[in-house]
Design a protein around this ligand. Structure first.
Ligand SMILES: [Zn+2]
Length: 553
């Protein structure tokens, strides 16, 4: 997802207020091992039928879940906030159930098989998750906006990223609206005898996804067909068919930034591995986010369309999530960087591909600036197991620092080992879940380098290195000696450091030194220089996430 600017302001205020208490809590207790969200059950499939209203926010629904029991458990707990529950059937037999404001507790028969079907009939006014509104420009629309756990406001579900499932949609809506959902459209049929006319639209997603990515859109939508793209770079079909949907009066804006959509999917497909799904739609919507990566149906906010300020950067970010976030999903929210850091860095790589090295460099400089100036980075680790407010995880740790960590892995391991490890990680965990150590193991295998120290210092500790550098020239020995001093605030770091030397003759010589996790590092450089150099530049290619103060020689 992309954060929108207003959210960012709110978050900074929140962080400032609550910093002290949370920091104390983090230091007091070691992180507990992640506990399964709903132990003993795994939802395999959701068959969701919804009746949408002509106006207002009242829905009627039926959810049929295929649930596998993975351990001995006698109760299925589903998330569903507030809505009325009329009936529950387990394997087509009516059963009693417990209900509170956030869950349905369903007793499971002891002697049944491992796999059960659970049907819930429910309904009522929806207050979040499926956003139904009346907009002066657009009229009545419904757009799902589930992140992080708002899907439970309209879908009876195991609403956690660790439980992924396939989903079918059957949506009855006024015929003047187009209904888009995850996966492939199976059909559109008029509902007999309805007045005003209603249409039932069916969609099917064959790949498992978490509930926060299960969405529908129902709105008057103009369809722009981008055609078959990324042919040969997709897993499921031969090509990825892409479309853009906007409110009808904005038809002339298209293709706009979606001109790049074909190349973006092709580029990431060649870099990471085949696109995971059959199709990809891009929709103007009412999402509160700057963009939301719903599987096969990316939702963007309406304002950048209406102001015509949409750029291909947000398209690249949300499209990258189809690989990371959607196909490979973090098992725990605390590993959100596996989603947001990856999308942030892949979007920067797209900038390099489409706009050149200087654009990429500028993007990495901006990413580093954002990290170095962030209070949250100074206080919390990227893998933040103590944070209970999921919205607060949409921060510069998950995005910019996570993205820069990938950049450092790439520069430390080299393109070949880094991208081979990234491709293996995607291939192994596609349509499943992963944690940071799963990614680490793939990079260790591809590079032959142990990386526990790297993941610990960059992801499990707050902060970044703060360096003071200086150098001296010894005329008798014809050598330059570097001195690198690490401040103690965030502990010591180990990293490779590139140094560009401008010789007295004006020649540029590049060297790379290994800096150890200690306060002072002194390194005498090869090769010998006949005269004192004119200048030394530390980290000339923006490869190190550090604050560097260059002292005098
Ligand atoms: Zn994102």
């Amino acid at each position: 997802m992309t954060i929108c600017p207003t959210m960012h302001t709110l978050r900074v205020a929140f962080i400032t207020l609550f910093t002290t208490g949370r920091l104390a809590a983090q230091q007091a207790a070691p992180a507990p091992a992640p506990r399964p969200y709903r132990p003993g059950v795994d939802v395999l499939d959701y068959a969701l039928s919804l009746d949408l209203p002509d106006s207002g926010n009242h829905i009627e629904g039926r959810a049929v879940l295929t649930v596998r029991r993975t351990a001995r458990t006698d109760t299925l707990v589903l998330d569903l906030v507030r809505l009325r529950v009329d009936s529950v059937l387990v394997d087509e037999r009516a059963t009693g159930f417990g209900r509170d404001s956030g869950t349905i507790r369903i007793p499971l028969p002891a002697a049944s098989s491992d796999t059960l079907t659970v049907a819930v009939r429910y309904g009522g006014p929806v207050t979040d998750g499926l956003v139904m509104r009346n907009d002066s420009a657009w009229g009545w629309t419904a757009f799902a906006d589930n992140w992080p756990n708002r899907g439970r406001h309209w879908i009876p579900s195991v609403d956690h990223p660790s439980d992924k499932a396939t989903v079918s949609w059957t949506v009855r809506a006024p015929s003047r609206l187009k209904v888009i959902a995850n996966g492939v459209r199976l059909g559109e049929d008029p509902v007999g005898g309805s007045n005003p006319p209603r249409t039932v639209t069916r969609w099917r997603m064959n790949e498992p996804i978490p509930v926060y990515l299960m969405v529908i859109a129902a709105a008057p939508l103009y369809e722009y067909d981008l055609g078959e793209t990324a042919c040969g770079l997709t897993l499921v079909g031969r090509c990825v068919h892409q479309w853009v949907y906007v409110e009808p009066q904005l038809a002339d804006f298209l293709p706009g930034p979606f001109r790049s959509a074909a190349d973006i999917v092709s580029y990431f497909g060649s870099l990471v591995g085949p696109f995971p799904y059959e199709r990809l739609a891009h929709l103007e919507s009412s999402t509160r986010f700057g963009g939301m990566e719903n599987a096969t149906a990316i939702f963007y906010p309406d304002q950048p369309f209406r102001k015509r300020t949409m750029t291909d950067g947000v398209v690249a970010h949300e499209t990258a999530h189809q690989w990371f976030g959607d196909a490979v999903t973090e098992t725990e929210w605390s590993h959100l960087w596996l989603s947001e850091g990856f999308a942030t860095y892949l979007a920067a790589l797209w900038a390099r591909k489409s706009a050149g090295d200087s654009a990429f460099r500028a993007e990495m400089e901006e990413m580093r600036r954002a990290v170095l100036s962030s209070p949250i980075v100074a206080e919390r680790p990227v893998i933040d197991t103590a944070e209970q407010n999921l919205m607060a995880l949409l921060n510069r740790n998950s995005y910019q620092k996570g993205g820069f960590v990938l950049h450092m892995l790439r520069s430390t391991l080299g393109d070949s080992a880094f991208f081979r490890g990234l491709r293996h990680y995607y291939d192994r965990y596609r349509n499943g879940n992963a944690l940071s150590d799963d990614f680490r193991r793939e990079l260790e295998a591809s590079s032959g380098t142990p990386l526990g120290w790297f993941f610990d210092q960059w992801l499990r500790r707050p902060g970044f290195p703060e360096l003071t550098t200086s150098w001296t020239y010894d005329a008798a020995a014809k050598r330059v000696t570097l001195s690198i001093t690490q401040a103690t605030r965030f502990g010591r770091y180990r990293f490779p450091l590139t140094v560009d030397i401008t010789t007295a003759a004006g020649r540029r010589v590049r060297t790379r030194v290994a800096v150890s996790a200690q306060t002072n590092t002194r390194v005498t450089l090869d090769p010998p220089l006949d005269a004192a150099p004119l200048d030394l530049v530390f980290d000339p290619d923006v490869e190190l996430l550090a604050r560097i103060v260059s002292g005098r020689r």
